[in-house]
Design a protein around this ligand. Sequence first.
Ligand SMILES: Nc1ncnc2c1ncn2[C@@H]1O[C@H](COP(=O)(O)OP(=O)(O)O)[C@@H](O)[C@H]1O
Ligand SMILES: [Mg+2]
Length: 203
Amino acid sequence: MRIVTARELQDWLEHGTVLEKDSRGPKVVMLQNGLILKIFHTRRHPWLARITPPAKRFAQNAATLKKLGIAAPAIIETLWLDQCKGLSACTYQPLPGKSLETLLREQPTEIDNLIPELAAFIFRLHRQGIYFRSLHLGNVLLLPEGGFGLIDFLDLIKKRRRLNDWEAKRNLGHLRRYLQRRKISGFPIDKLIDSYSATARSC
Ligand SMILES: Nc1ncnc2c1ncn2[C@@H]1O[C@H](COP(=O)(O)OP(=O)(O)O)[C@@H](O)[C@H]1O
Ligand SMILES: [Mg+2]
């Protein structure tokens, strides 16, 4: 992992566009060169973050997805922003596409048409042993050429076997709870779950 100097980071933040931030500061920044900088603030003890830096896990997860043929951003670098504090980051090439959250806002009927394809995509993730805890509308992109891709997959788990029914149900439950929490009523979650079950039955 490359150590980023304070000056370089300052330069990135000064000339980039902050896409997401929280109380701890910027989280996702579009850099002037078109790459995305994703900063991993951690609630874990700094020494734990130093042993298994989130940026490394994120890059490994990107490699796992790539190996399985699932579209994900291409990682350019893994970085230390502050090694003492365990603050790490990645730069990556943005994945072209539109998040399902944006799509739902802009073209809700389009989402409805996509449900069978989305259910098949999630089923495929589960069959390949991928448990994506952050499965929600902001983290799944509809690709320009069709099909879906994932972003924000730090907490992805790759199992050696396909997910069992209980795990699959729990994963879809994350999506349902996310919709409830965010008070998103326009997403056809029941249709998605029915469609998922139909796909599972036909395989
Ligand atoms: N690889 C990417 N391609 C395109 N847009 C991205 C990418 N990564 C992040 N973004 C944009 O930044 C937003 C937040 O990124 P994300 O990684 O989901 O961070 P957060 O932890 O804040 O949810 C996304 O909703 C999307 O608009
Ligand atoms: Mg996200």
